[in-house]
Ligand binder design. Structure first.
Ligand code: ATP
Ligand code: MG
Length: 327
């Protein structure tokens, strides 16, 4: 992201004293952040649609915000403002709020790399100047990061500035002690590989593609976890790879999501509510029509129908399941 012209970080290792007494609770053994005091946190959640990646980021954001961080939620789908307050109006608004630190959680609405650039620059500048703990959640990481070269419009093969934005943001953010979380839909073809290699807290959700197992197997060797375990993971279930090792976790729901999920549950019980019911209902619809149901359309229809978060999740899973077997 050459457009981000942040000053070179000051030399010398910054001591992350805030890390020494902080932890994350994913429902299993608490993750002691003292283990991350020298490296900072680069966290990645990998799972197909609807299995709880955004929730993981929100859980981390909420828990860090309670322990002295300011958490910035970069929201490409305009869904987080309703949960955590209106997005910043522009980059200067973000700067003011990052400096004041009165809001522990800040939402930034950015839909592509170009929109993200001025915000990323402000995050770097504030991190350099003020040196206070900051956590950045980059939801839908694939929107900003590409794994391979793309042809640009003039026909030359170049790594577009935009496609590499997150990759560079992670690298330069890490040097500035910005802790991060990124989501990816799959292991291959969505994020730059270097993000997976720099990750130090990885959450692996359900994997339906057996070909990923060959690349994952070395990490799982001697853990007793095999591909069938990954295939069987449900919503909110992840294999968590941390500095301490590997553990299956059942993520708690983020406070803000729990509130809306409960409210939504009382509405429209007549619509399908579990995977089997959705599967039956969706199989009556021609595949060409189901193919048109991309994520924004599904979100919109769900909102109009007043579906609960659980209904959305099981419906999305049933849809993905049908489309993947129809291919
Ligand atoms: N830990 C959890 N426990 C129970 N239910 C969960 C959990 N995490 C997520 N869910 C349910 O699954 C739904 C989808 O979760 P979330 O939006 O986090 O998934 P996602 O992987 O980010 O999906 P997408 O790829 O579509 O953005 C939530 O609305 C919630 O109802
Ligand atoms: Mg999500």
């Amino acid at each position: 992201m050459t457009a981000i012209a942040a000053p070179t970080p000051t030399r010398g290792v910054r001591k992350r004293t805030e890390m020494l007494s902080s932890s994350l609770d994913f429902g299993g053994e608490p993750i002691d952040l003292a283990d991350y005091a020298s490296t900072g946190l680069v966290s990645v959640a990998v799972a197909p649609r609807g299995l709880g990646k955004t929730n993981v980021g929100l859980v981390i954001a909420e828990q860090l915000a309670q322990q002295g961080w300011v958490s910035v939620l970069v929201d490409p789908e305009d869904e987080l403002g309703a949960l955590y307050g209106a997005p910043v109006t522009d980059a200067e608004d973000l700067r003011r709020r990052l400096v004041e630190r009165t809001d522990p959680i800040i939402v930034v609405s950015a839909h592509d790399a170009a929109e993200f650039v001025p915000y990323g620059q402000v995050m770097f500048e504030v991190a350099d100047e003020h040196r206070k703990p900051m956590f950045v959640m980059l939801d839908e990481g694939q929107l900003w990061s590409a794994p391979r070269k793309r042809k640009s419009s003039d026909g030359t093969n170049s790594l577009g500035e935009a496609t590499d934005a997150i990759n560079e943001f992670v690298e330069r953010g890490r040097k500035r002690c910005i802790d991060m979380f990124i989501t990816a839909l799959r292991y291959s073809g969505t994020l730059h590989r270097s993000i997976f290699t720099s990750a130090n807290l990885t959450l692996i959700g359900q994997q339906a593609d057996p070909t990923v197992w060959s690349s994952l197997a070395p990490q799982f060797r001697s853990s007793g976890i095999d591909f069938a375990d990954l295939q069987g993971l449900g919503t909110g279930e992840f294999i968590c790879l941390s500095r301490r090792g590997m553990e299956k976790v059942r993520m708690p729901m983020a406070g803000a999501l729990r509130d809306v999920a409960l409210k939504a549950r009382t509405v429209r019980r007549a619509l399908p509510s579990n995977f089997r019911q959705w599967d039956r209902a969706l199989r009556e619809i021609p595949t060409e029509r189901l193919d048109k149901l991309d994520a924004p359309v599904v979100h919109l229809l769900g909102a109009i129908a007043g579906l609960s978060a659980e209904q959305m999740a099981s419906g999305t899973r049933a849809l993905d399941d049908i489309l993947s077997t129809a291919e």
